[in-house]
Design a protein. Structure first.
Lengths: 331, 326
């Protein structure tokens, strides 16, 4: 449902951003099949509205941190497709210089504090990033993402308590896509309303329809205002869905085709497109042209990655310590 | 003899022991309905039911501790870590509870538990998913640490680990699960803490364990063409370490190389080298050499993986060096 308060520009931005995430990752899936991209690779396809709705609600000075399913968040923060694709290839021109790969995209320039591989490991980090903003007296906030599986890590409880105690400007976001690998939310808890975890700490919290940019934006806008005003954290449960398997090696046999189709029918990109067309903010042809532009950027990123060099063997020793002459054991 | 996969050998070990002893259960992430992240426990839910093959949330600290508590109270849990990288979230319970309980309670509360799962690198998985902590666990009194390198050893050692009354850390490899090897139909057990002379030889002793021992076999095959005879010792267990077998071999060959997939500082290779220089100094004809991973986290790029890991060439160089060949 379109709300009047979002204007043409916002919708067109959402559309372009989500289209970029979708097409970029469809390309990733192809390239993984061709073994150009290696290791673990987790696609965000289906969840794009969460990042799009966030980006219209925060500023470039706010900070973002997430887990390993991080391509969408990096793109949303403004990391270029070139730098991300090169990273997925393991090239020296990647946003983490080929050291991180798919799970560990980082960009200090874009205030993207990374993709983290140990489930839940980023939860305390997110609170710490917020603590630094508070310490420095800025008005910036940190948005800290986690999965529905990650909320079962003990670190969440310790962090929630301290974040509330110290009123840290952090927004904890559970992207509840229904599954942690092959395990559905129901099978791991008697508290299926994940947002209610916030209640134990009196943390403002609530569920959000994560398939719609509008609802996502509104929830973030409210939480961000609270954090900027010094009123502390919020815990949002974004109800969303991943269309693909957990990672490239997961056939996802644990869920039904009907379930996947049910969510695809609510596809956030199609939804935003329908609003744009209905409001006559753009014609089909103009949207096609936008899609062509996105595809051209995606293809250019592949070209860039292909033509970039791998880091050298000696680069293994670079960036381990800030000390320049650290005495590694070399035998 | 029949040939089965490494993962099947592990599954047989667990299943046979669970049939024998009702007090054993298997618990971990994705072990039941998904049949194991790496299909080690495939079919076990069907056979043993949800009471004994238990899926957990992603709560390593919690389910490691719950397993230890159950073990203190008469159960014999097998706890699967999806990989040992994630065991770090649980390591407090393993070190402060499992390893200490028997002594702390004056011998009243034993902890008969097995923590098992894959260790070390498995391709381009990045720094947080490519770590080997054998030496971390081996450093801790109260634990036993087993690292098999082939299906036969995996089955015999895991059965013994499950029967053992002390906490055992049992470390496998994603890259070995598909390996095939001969495993007899009949039941057998392999004693924990005993090394295996995998290949007899006379010119040089090479000590290794786990997946990376394959680089030693490859290097030894290559050197055999030049008439070099390599004795290969598969430690099988890194706590305790079977020093008598190592020392006896070094007294025969007078040269030692240790090959390990782990960072060099305070590693199993450091420990073995110390003990050998202390116990067999007069028998050594050359300084001991070791081949470890590079002294860095393992980044994602293929060039890093290539550079980081021990490989047959580096093993041959080390062997040649202790033999003072070219
Ligand atoms: C501490 C830890 N345990 C286990 C894993 C293996 N693992 C990686 S992703 C994952 C599932 C996480 O699911 P969720 O938090 O819902 O995030 P999603 O993948 O759905 O985005 C698991 C179990 C890990 N990386 N870290
Ligand atoms: Mg999930």
């Amino acid at each position: 449902m379109a709300k009047e308060k979002f204007n043409k520009e916002t919708y067109l931005n959402w559309y372009e951003q989500m289209l970029m995430m979708r097409r970029f990752e469809e390309k990733c899936a192809q390239l993984y099949g061709q073994q150009k991209i290696k290791g673990f690779c987790h696609l965000y396809i289906g969840q794009e509205a969460v990042v799009a709705g966030l980006m219209s609600a925060i500023t470039k000075d706010d900070k973002v941190i997430t887990a390993y399913r991080d391509h969408g968040h990096a793109l949303g923060c403004g990391v270029t497709p070139n730098e991300i694709m090169a990273e997925l290839y393991g090239k020296a021109t990647g946003c983490s210089k080929g050291k991180g790969g798919s799970m560990h995209l980082f960009s200090k320039e874009h205030n993207f504090f990374g993709g983290h591989g140990i489930v839940g490991g980023q939860i305390p980090l997110g609170a710490g990033i917020a603590m630094a903003e508070q310490y420095n007296g800025t008005k910036n906030v940190c948005v800290c993402f986690m999965g529905d599986g990650a909320v079962r890590q003990g670190a969440l409880n310790e962090t929630f308590n301290m974040a509330m105690l110290w009123k840290l400007p952090v927004i904890f976001v559970c992207e509840n896509n229904g599954y942690a690998m092959g395990t559905s939310v129901q099978r791991t808890t008697n508290l299926e309303d994940i947002y209610k975890l916030g209640l134990a700490y009196d943390m403002p919290c609530g569920p959000v329809d994560g398939m719609q940019c509008e609802t996502v934006h509104d929830a973030f806008a409210e939480a961000v205002a609270r954090a900027r005003n010094g009123e502390g954290p919020t815990f949002l449960e974004m109800r969303t869905y991943r269309y693909r398997g957990h990672s490239m090696s997961d056939p996802a046999k644990y869920r039904s085709k009907e379930e996947v189709e049910e969510y695809k029918a609510k596809d956030p990109i199609e939804r935003v497109k329908a609003v744009i067309l209905k409001k006559k903010w753009a014609t089909e042809q103009e949207l096609d042209a936008m899609e062509d532009k996105v595809m051209a950027e995606v293809n250019a990123s592949v070209e860039f990655a292909e033509n970039s060099p791998f880091p050298t063997a000696e680069d293994l020793y670079a960036d381990v310590y800030q000390q320049e002459d650290y005495p590694f054991i070399i035998e | 003899m029949r040939v089965i996969q490494f993962r099947e050998a592990l599954r047989e070990a667990m299943s046979e022991e669970m049939r024998r002893d009702q007090n054993i259960f298997l618990m971990g992430e994705e072990v039941a309905e998904y049949n194991g992240a790496y299909k080690v426990s495939q079919g076990m839910l069907d056979e043993f039911g949800a009471k004994r093959v238990i899926d957990t949330p992603i709560s390593e600290l919690g389910f490691a501790g719950i397993g230890i508590g159950a073990a203190m109270n008469g159960i014999r849990p097998i706890i699967e870590f999806m990989t040992f990288n994630f065991s770090l979230v649980a390591i407090d319970q393993v070190i402060n509870s499992a390893a200490k309980m028997y002594q702390m309670s004056g011998g009243q509360f034993g902890v008969p538990i097995v923590f098992r799962g894959p260790t070390a690198s498995a391709g381009q998985l990045g720094a947080q998913h490519s770590q080997a902590f054998e030496n971390w666990y081996a450093n801790t009194p109260g634990l036993k640490v087993v690292v098999p390198s082939n299906p036969y050893d995996a089955k015999g050692l895991l059965k013994s680990a499950i029967r053992d009354n002390d906490p055992v850390i049992f470390m496998e490899s994603e890259q070995m699960y598909g390996d095939k090897g001969e495993v007899p139909e009949e039941e057998y057990l392999l004693e924990l803490g005993k090394a295996h002379v995998a290949r007899a030889g006379s010119d040089v002793t090479v000590v290794s364990f786990g997946k990376i021992i394959k680089t030693v076999y490859a290097a030894a095959d290559e050197l055999a063409k030049d008439g070099i005879s390599v004795e290969i010792i598969d430690l099988r267990s890194v706590r305790p370490i079977d020093y008598p077998t190592i020392i006896e071999s070094v007294k025969k060959t007078n040269r030692l190389v240790v090959v390990e997939e782990a960072w060099p500082l305070a590693s199993i290779s450091s420990e073995v080298s110390y003990m050998v220089q202390k116990e067999a100094f007069d028998y050594l004809d050359a300084p001991i050499k070791r081949v470890t991973t590079r002294d860095t986290p393992l980044g994602y790029a293929p060039t890093f993986v290539e550079e980081f890991l021990p490989n047959p060439t580096r093993v041959m160089q080390a062997i040649n060096s202790v033999l003072y060949r070219n």
